[in-house]
Design a protein around this ligand. Structure first.
Ligand code: NAP
Ligand code: GDD
Length: 341
């Protein structure tokens, strides 16, 4: 019988790639969607016709229990979150509730529906749980590159909420014997990335300038460094973690790091433009506390899961610029659901 997966965050970038991947592996895929008439659901309906939808919200414990009861999943992937770091300063409490407490509610839904107690434990045939942890937890990094043993020092309310979810996942594994794991994923991008994140903001900015739709691109801190990979590669890693013999946490990244300045140079270069003529540094886009440098050490994932990234930084940037040039040249609107390639 096909394995059944429940994905929270199905309307997001990662939810779409994970759903595609699980469908290609023969899974029956269910996506949790929130809201009375969530406009982003049309994306899922258009792109992922074989995904079945169930209503629920990470803010609502009862809805998660109902969803788990209805779907009876073998695997749960908790990707739902407020994921944009600057928003976590503006709405810190909501971020804590969704990105942090949402993990507790999802784990509790699984525990309650499976009849797991500390005395009885999880046993075999249990629901496997994946938590979308983040390299933002490393924050002000204590060592470079960062691996599974690097201490955390989060620098944003988002990073703090993710750190809570991370330790809680570990705690449910230790307390109840649950197969609960965290993927500590470094930044991953794609043509489906939200327009607010820097890679997509840059690829859209380049496309607008190239097509004569804009004359400048305003950015914040150009010196921050990130380990950027392709989202499709990272979705494969999520599934692999839940197929492992033992529940363990893994760092997922490329092992290379680039500055925002290098990203900008590569993206404008891909369109034959000189970035220095168009980029305007805007102090108001700097963050109250910055994560200066992220660089993964993905050795454990490579040796234990056989996971490797397949798309280089240069290929990723070129893919995103090309996709946005095609989108905007065809009159597409990046904020419309129909824009997803
Ligand atoms: P994304 O595109 O921002 O998607 C976030 C998803 O969370 C959306 O589907 C959103 O659904 C859902 N969501 C928000 N509030 C919710 C709630 N109250 N209940 C249920 N769902 C809710 O994020 P992403 O890039 O795909 O990232 C997926 C996960 O990985 C996130 O947890 C993120 O923090 C984490 N992560 C991402 C990266 C990265 O580089 N992309 C790296 C490390 C970790 P709506 O349509 O209802 O808003
Ligand atoms: N968004 C944005 N917009 N970022 C900018 C800008 C700008 O105009 N200018 C410079 N940056 C810098 C930010 O200061 C940050 O250092 C870097 O670009 C990356 O910003 P984002 O693309 O917004 O991503 P992030 O690193 O803060 O967070 C993403 O990756 C995390 C994993 O490390 C998100 O996907 C998180 O959800 C994820 O956990």
């Amino acid at each position: 019988m096909a394995r059944r997966a429940l994905i929270t965050g199905i309307t997001g970038q990662d939810g779409s790639y994970l759903a595609e991947h699980l469908l290609s592996e023969g899974y029956e895929v269910w996506g949790l969607v929130r809201g009375q008439a969530n406009p982003r659901v049309s994306r899922v309906r258009r792109l992922l016709q074989d995904v079945q939808l169930v209503r629920g919200d990470l803010l609502d414990q009862g809805s998660l229990i109902s969803a788990v009861e209805k779907v009876q999943p073998d695997e749960v992937y908790n990707l739902g979150a407020i994921s944009f770091v600057p928003m976590s300063w503006e709405q810190a409490e909501l971020t804590a509730e969704v990105t942090g407490m949402g993990v507790l509610r999802m784990l509790e839904a699984i525990r309650v529906c499976s009849g797991i107690t500390a005395a009885r434990g999880a046993g075999s045939g249990q629901i496997r749980f994946y938590q979308a942890s983040s390299s933002e937890m490393f924050g002000q990094v204590r060592e470079t590159p960062q691996n599974e043993r690097t201490p955390f020092h989060p620098r944003s309310p988002y990073g703090v909420a993710k750190t809570y979810g991370h330790f809680l996942t570990q705690n449910y594994r230790e307390s109840y014997g649950m197969f609960a794991v965290s993927g500590i994923l470094f930044n991953h991008e794609s043509p489906r990335r939200g327009a607010e994140f820097v890679t997509r903001k840059v690829s859209l900015g380049v496309a607008r300038i190239k097509l004569g739709l804009a004359t400048e691109l305003r950015l914040g801190n150009l010196e921050a460094r990130r380990d950027w990979g392709f989202a499709g590669d990272y979705a494969r890693a999520m599934r692999l973690m839940l197929q492992a013999a033992e529940p363990e946490d893994y760092v997922i990244g490329t092992g290379r790091t680039q500055s925002v300045r290098e990203l900008v140079e590569a993206a404008f270069g891909a369109a034959g433009l000189d970035w220095e003529r168009y980029v305007v540094c805007d102090q108001s886009l700097h963050r109250p506390a910055e994560v200066d440098l992220l660089c993964a050490d993905p050795k454990k994932a490579r040796t234990q899961l056989g996971w490797e990234p397949t798309v280089s930084f240069e290929e990723l940037v070129a893919m995103m610029v090309e996709s946005d040039l095609t989108l905007l040249a065809g009159g597409g609107d990046p904020h419309q659901d129909s824009s997803w390639p």
